[in-house]
Design a protein around this ligand. Structure first.
Ligand SMILES: NC(=O)c1ccc[n+]([C@@H]2O[C@H](COP(=O)([O-])OP(=O)(O)OC[C@H]3O[C@@H](n4cnc5c(N)ncnc54)[C@H](OP(=O)(O)O)[C@@H]3O)[C@@H](O)[C@H]2O)c1
Length: 295
């Protein structure tokens, strides 16, 4: 469990690192150093985290604490950990954590070999900026992956002190877990962009299109919250309206929108999975055959 005497070091003063440092301080914990690549992000972090050493020297920062949170981009976590260890910043008994959803603990192996406890704590949330991260970290579910039970319990306690809700995730399941997060969030944004592009073709441009679609998007999210995926699904597949689905597919084919045609057909198959309880078996089979034809 995070203790008052723990000294936290944040390496990577981006959206997540800055917000986590800020929230730790808000909860009365000590953030002694923040390291980042550029002065600009350190300066911004200074507006959220006070009294900490702000430096571009990762090792110097690491030496200031016994809990090191690596919040660089994922591709740099392994190298950053290695630099910290080879610079002598990771002592036996220290904690070294990262916050990536995609990576396992192997990227922290040098710290483990140096006698540190390692874990990853991934917020199942999307942060477009520091302000949003400060607001959304509390209340978010965090996937906690640790090498041993003691480190896991410690990391869960840390998550709770950030106001998060920790759940245990096995290292072997991280990639699929992260794919789920990407599908639910990033690809949802991509899907709305696809809708924007369709509207652009009929003369409704970006901001107007998104503004017009927003009540529909919000209505959908609200239905999902209240009714779950099965209850929230409406539209031609949910009604078993084969004629409409065929018309859509033929239109996309005529317009030579091949990528969208495949996306439409693939996602409609997932929709069909949800509609099976409501739509007759024969109709489902017909729909499936039609959709598979366009994959
Ligand atoms: N954003 C999200 O929605 C989200 C959600 C869940 C988990 N995460 C995870 O949180 C972690 C951080 O993501 P983020 O969104 O906060 O990224 P970010 O905003 O891009 O921040 C990364 C920071 O790392 C710094 N950095 C880059 N190279 C460095 C180096 N060699 N040494 C020290 N600092 C370095 C960058 O500094 P400069 O700005 O100075 O270049 C940047 O400020 C990642 O593991 C990510 O997977 C992110």
């Amino acid at each position: 469990m995070a203790r008052r005497e723990d000294r936290f070091v944040v390496v990577g003063a981006g959206r997540v690192g800055t917000a986590v440092g800020h929230l730790l301080q808000q909860r009365g914990l000590r953030v002694t150093a923040v390291a980042s690549r550029g002065e600009d992000s350190l300066q911004r972090a200074g507006g959220y985290i006070s009294g900490a050493l702000m430096t571009t020297d990762v090792v110097k920062a690491g030496k200031k604490g016994n809990v090191i949170l690596i919040t660089t981009p994922d591709d740099l976590i392994a190298d950053t950990c290695l630099s910290l260890v080879s610079g002598g910043a990771v002592r036996r008994g220290a904690y070294v954590l990262h916050m990536s959803g995609a990576l396992g603990l192997d990227v922290l192996a040098p710290a483990e070999e140096a006698g540190a406890r390692t874990a990853s704590v991934h917020p199942l949330q999307t942060f477009a900026d520091v302000k949003g991260a400060v607001k959304r970290i509390p209340g978010s579910v965090f996937a906690v992956t640790a090498r041993d039970e003691a480190a896991g319990e410690w990391a869960k306690e840390l998550v709770r002190s950030l106001g998060g809700d920790p759940v245990t995730l096995a290292e072997k399941d991280k990639t699929l877990y992260h794919i789920g997060a990407v599908v639910a969030s990033n690809l949802l944004v991509a899907l709305e962009h696809a809708a924007e592009l369709i509207y652009q073709e009929i003369g409704i441009y970006r901001e107007t299109a998104l503004k017009a679609l927003m009540p529909l998007i919000e209505g959908t999210v609200s239905n999902l919250k209240r009714l779950g995926t099965e209850g929230a699904l409406t539209g031609p597949v949910a009604r078993g309206d084969i004629g409409v689905v065929r018309r859509h597919l033929e239109c996309l084919e005529r317009e030579e929108r091949e990528l969208l045609l495949r996306v439409y057909a693939s996602l409609s198959l997932f929709a069909l999975d949800l509609a099976e309880a409501e739509v007759s078996r024969t109709r489902c089979e017909e729909l499936e055959e039609l959709l598979r034809h366009y994959l």
